[in-house]
Design a protein around this ligand. Structure first.
Ligand code: AMP
Length: 221
């Protein structure tokens, strides 16, 4: 099963995609994570993308299309994949459809997490993640159980994203509303779009997603 998560920054795409990755045993492909790794590794792409990402703007389509086209051709995507953060523009969505058609594949399901802008601003302001295993937390809603220790892997190193600062979040929301939201009618017309209220708590959202997937397939029995 090939899935896409759509939603504004901080809507819970990454968290829900990580849960599904475990449940369905197919990889989560996060273009944001790939770009952050390229920045960390100081690759030419990372150096080029850093200032764009920090400002909250979008990285050029061509770069992102090449990145994801290569990734979905890896053997671990054979049984399916979960896209988190791609596509973000119509050009990316059309390129993805074309690539998948060439591979004899298709997108099966697009899950939109709907969250108010005000909630996004509040959520992103408290967000941080484990530097080792990438597990995500929030100072206000979902802190570590033991102060300063990751619940999942025990690491004491955490990352606060530069693009979670309020000015960058405002730009990211602008990019979402002006460009990425155009994907909703695109996938609705293909009969693939399901919208979930992302304002509910993580487990509730997860249950709804599992229900949608269950009705689409027998993967989650
Ligand atoms: P994310 O972690 O998905 O919120 O992505 C962080 C940042 O990476 C975004 O604000 C963009 O600057 C960049 N980015 C990630 N995915 C894409 C994409 N598909 N197209 C353009 N820029 C992207």
């Amino acid at each position: 099963m090939n899935l896409i998560f759509l939603g504004p920054p901080g809507s819970g795409k990454g968290t829900q995609a990580a849960k599904l990755e475990k449940d369905l045993n197919i990889p989560k492909l996060s273009t944001g994570d790939m770009l952050r790794k390229a920045i960390f590794d100081k690759t030419p792409l990372g150096n080029q993308a850093k200032s764009i990402i920090d400002s909250g703007a979008l990285v050029p389509d061509e770069i992102m299309i090449n990145m994801i086209t290569e990734r979905i051709s890896y053997p671990d995507c054979q049984q399916g994949f979960i896209l988190d953060g791609f596509p973000r523009t119509i050009i990316q969505a059309e390129a993805l459809d074309q690539t998948l058609t060439n591979l004899g594949k298709k997108i099966d399901l697009v899950l939109e997490l709907k969250v108010d802008d005000n909630a996004i601003i509040e959520r992103t302001s408290g967000r941080f993640s484990c530097a080792k295993c990438n597990h995500s937390y929030n100072k206000k809603y979902r802190n570590t159980k033991l102060p300063g220790i990751c619940d999942e892997c025990g690491s004491d190193k955490f990352i606060y994203r530069e693009d979670d600062d309020p000015k960058a979040v405002a730009n990211r929301l602008k990019a979402y509303h002006s460009l990425t939201e155009k994907l909703l009618p695109y996938y609705k017309n293909q009969g693939k779009l399901f919208t979930i209220n992302g304002m509910e708590d993580i487990d509730e959202v997860s249950n709804k997603i599992n229900l949608i997937i269950k009705t689409k397939s027998n993967l989650l029995t």
